[in-house]
Ligand binder design. Structure first.
Ligand code: ZN
Ligand code: ZN
Length: 221
């Protein structure tokens, strides 16, 4: 039945609605790549390369670097929400292509992902960060491993200020065993960096010395 519906219903671009592919050529080209000068630490786009920026200086971040493929603008939001809420698996391949295009392959022993919150992942039935980590692992020929878990359900981050976000995710993650020395940590979106920092902190406690965060999109202030 699913296949029949796929054949009958025209595929529409999840960003602009044009009948074409899941992500039409124009919308794919229009995603704002973050390949220019940036903060070496948190990946915020800057006028010229800097070691730390206004967004991250003075913050204790457990990761060594964060890199994202595109700005989390209206188009990227439409893309990510279709990917998350409608579970369109074809979008993982599109996201992987854009990440590989913009973000250099990390020097890592393993690639892992921010684990889903138990309740919410059940509703969606799939987990974009894990899918992205696994497809990137294949493209970059790295080992994929589920290194983290959530010891308790996480309260939603949406609508919270920065300080509340940090408090909210502190202790939210736990390593499932020893972590390798160098780990690439994948998530779909980098917003305040609080989730990435908390997940990286759990990896560091489990033995990782160097964690590079990679996300598809990044909020740009
Ligand atoms: Zn489009
Ligand atoms: Zn920064």
């Amino acid at each position: 039945m699913g296949l029949l519906l796929d054949l009958l219903l025209p595929v529409r671009c999840v960003v602009c609605g044009a009948p074409s592919r899941l992500l039409c050529t124009a919308c794919l080209a229009g995603l704002r790549r973050l390949g220019g000068p940036r903060c070496a630490r948190c990946g915020a786009p800057t006028a010229w390369p800097v070691a730390r920026c206004r967004e991250c200086e003075g913050r204790r971040l457990a990761f060594a670097s964060a890199r994202s493929a595109v700005a989390y603008d209206a188009a990227a939001k439409a893309f990510v929400s279709a990917w998350k809420e409608r579970g369109l698996r074809g979008l993982a391949a599109e996201a992987t292509d854009v990440v590989v295009e913009v973000v250099p392959r990390p020097r890592a022993c393993a690639i892992t992902f921010v684990p889903p919150d138990a309740d919410r992942s059940l509703k969606r039935g799939h987990h974009p960060a894990e899918t992205l980590a696994r497809t990137l692992a294949r493209r970059w020929e790295l080992a994929a491993a589920a290194l983290l878990e959530r010891p308790r359900p996480a309260p939603p981050q949406r609508g919270l200020g920065l300080a509340d976000r940090r408090r909210n995710v502190r202790g939210a993650f736990r390593a499932r065993g020893r972590a390798p020395t160098r780990v690439a940590l994948v998530d779909d979106v980098y917003t305040s960096g609080a989730t990435a920092a908390a997940a990286a902190s759990a990896l560091r406690k489990a033995g990782a010395r160097h964690v590079d965060v990679i996300t598809f999109a990044r909020a740009v202030r």
